[in-house]
Design a protein around this ligand. Structure first.
Ligand code: HEM
Length: 507
């Protein structure tokens, strides 16, 4: 106990000295809320909604201001132009979490999303490749349709009441996206929809994802030993799973013989192994290769990143899309009618995945949902070197907190900013203006590598579910309360809606 108090005192004194020095030497002359030693402005977040606190400061201090979290200055930005310039700059590729630093060795061991841009390098190359990228999209479409059909079966057989089914869409979409990523990234089905969180593996993954939020948002001094121990245990368990995935892919490729090329990869893990083998062969013959980004640790990170970045994001986006479908029945009918009139009835038709990308109203509906419920409202970056952006010198090492959700509902930029109007995306001039302000998948060199997969996934799920059900709110004034940790999500991860089966649907 005495040791704890002494170390707390040492930290307090050293950071307070640092605080005075930095206040006086800070190149920033920006306004910002008053700070406390050690905690800076951190205490303002405890027990409060982080986004609300930040938005309130934006209203008070302007779209560019400064705060302090523990020992660090944070530059806060909510101006769309400024945001875009930072995201496009090569000096800001490093992602960081200022609220509570995750210990560096955890990144190094690949236990959490790696801040190092190298990790996404192979990922990007694979997803951008014409043949591989296309194959991932087709798989994402097929798996999403199969899982959406299964979800409907579960909803309409597991409950005995006739008529309307009460459905926790947040829960089901989480299980559905876990299964999709299981198949896409790990090459097999997690069985989440079938068994829910009772399934041992799924329970580990869900606890691990919660653990990441805990680390991200709990100051180290306040972390419980048990939470840290559980987190490391679950993270290591997942790491074993990733290594087993790579081992399995390697064995399967060995059975198929020597001549398998990258074009023959049947899954994401197989693509990773083939990239590795190709780079090893290039290195052996003295040619330049990406070998340094292709050791098993990096490959395991690539698999983990899909899980970390591709489950809660898509599931919460789907949850909010269904909330708006229930809230606006006429707009929902328009989406359904477009899906029914454009898509082939069977998803095994090769035209199905192509036509999924030709749904203007559905696309507008999804974009408008993601504008109002911004899934990753805040992105955090670190300046790798001194850089002048928007006339402001941002010194090397500065952490920059980008408030994407504020920009996307900024009333000074968007008319009727708080209203749900998908139609605004159908007017070319407005859509072009909006796309400079609203970027739900980020922007620049570290934008979302899975955005095309996410788009296909959301449309495929809509296409299989909406023609078969009417979605209703529980009461006309039902609101969805949101919380934020790493992503925006419905409070308690639960959103109840009513589903009634439509007899004319294909299901
Ligand atoms: C609606 C769903 C999704 C949203 C809103 C979303 C949003 C984002 C955003 C904003 C970023 C950039 C963060 C930054 O700039 O720091 C990002 C990164 C990323 N996303 Fe997504 N994402 C979604 C779905 C997916 C899916 C389905 C996958 C995988 C299949 C995925 C994989 C990734 C990965 C791996 C990164 C990290 C890229 C890097 O480290 O450079 N995302 N996502």
């Amino acid at each position: 106990m005495i040791e704890f108090i002494l170390s707390a005192l040492v930290i307090l004194i050293t950071t307070s000295v640092g605080w005075f020095v930095r206040v006086n030497t800070s190149p920033f002359s920006l306004p910002g809320p008053l700070t406390l030693p050690y905690f800076g402005n951190g205490l303002s977040f405890i027990g409060r909604d982080v986004i609300q606190v930040i938005d309130k400061w934006t209203s008070k201090y302007g779209k560019t201001y400064q705060i302090r979290l523990r020992g660090d200055w944070i530059l806060m930005v909510a101006d769309a132009d400024f945001l875009r310039q930072i995201l496009a700059s090569k000096s800001f590729v490093k992602r960081d979490n200022p609220i509570s630093q995750i210990p560096l060795d955890m990144y190094k061991k690949g236990l959490v999303l790696n801040p190092d841009v190298a990790v996404s390098r192979i990922h990007r190359r694979l997803f951008k490749s014409a043949t591989q990228g296309q194959r991932f999209l087709e798989s994402a479409c097929l798996i999403s349709c199969q899982k959406a059909d299964r979800l409907l079966e579960i909803i309409f057989t597991n409950q005995c009441t006739e008529g309307a089914r009460l459905v926790d869409v947040a829960k089901y979409f989480k299980l559905l996206t876990l299964d999709i990523i299981g198949r896409l990234a790990f090459g097999y089905d997690f069985g989440a929809l079938e068994e829910g969180v009772k399934h041992a593996l799924v329970s580990r993954i869900v606890k691990y994802l919660k653990g990441v939020q805990y680390f991200g948002f709990t100051v180290p001094l306040l972390r419980s030993k048990k939470a840290v121990k559980d987190f490391v245990e679950n993270a290591n368990y997942l790491r074993d799973l990733e290594y087993n995935t790579l081992k399995r892919a390697r064995e399967e490729l060995a059975v198929r013989g020597q001549d398998v090329t990258i074009e023959d990869a049947k899954s994401f893990p197989e693509s990773l192994i083939l990239e590795q083998q190709q780079a090893m062969a290039a290195a052996d013959s003295g040619a330049a290769s990406d070998l340094e980004f292709l050791d098993d640790n990096y490959l395991a990170c690539d698999i983990r990143d899909m899980l970390l970045a591709g489950t809660d994001t898509s599931s919460n986006a789907l949850t909010y899309i269904f909330y708006f479908l229930a809230k606006y029945p006429e707009k929902s009918a328009k989406v359904r009618s477009e899906l029914e009139s454009t898509l082939p009835t069977s998803y095994s038709d090769p035209q199905f995945s192509k036509m999924l990308l030709k749904l203007p109203y559905t696309d507008a509906f999804i974009k408008e949902t993601m504008r109002l419920f911004f899934i990753t409202p805040i992105i955090v970056r670190e300046a790798a070197e001194d850089e002048v952006v928007n006339g402001l010198l941002i010194p090397k090492g500065t952490r920059v907190n980008l408030n994407l959700s504020y920009a996307s509902t900024d009333p000074s930029q968007i008319s009727q900013a708080d209203e749900f109007l998908p139609e605004r995306w159908l007017v070319p001039a407005q859509a072009s203006m909006l796309s400079k302000i609203v970027f739900p998948f980020g922007h620049g060199t570290r934008n979302c590598v899975g955005q095309h997969i996410a788009r296909v996934e959301m449309r495929a799920v809509l296409a299989r579910i909406l023609p078969n059900v009417d979605v209703h709110l529980l009461s006309p004034d039902q609101q969805v309360e949101t919380g934020f940790d790493v992503v925006l999500h419905p409070k308690d991860d639960c959103l109840l809606l009513k589903f009634t089966r439509r007899n004319s649907g294909a299901f």
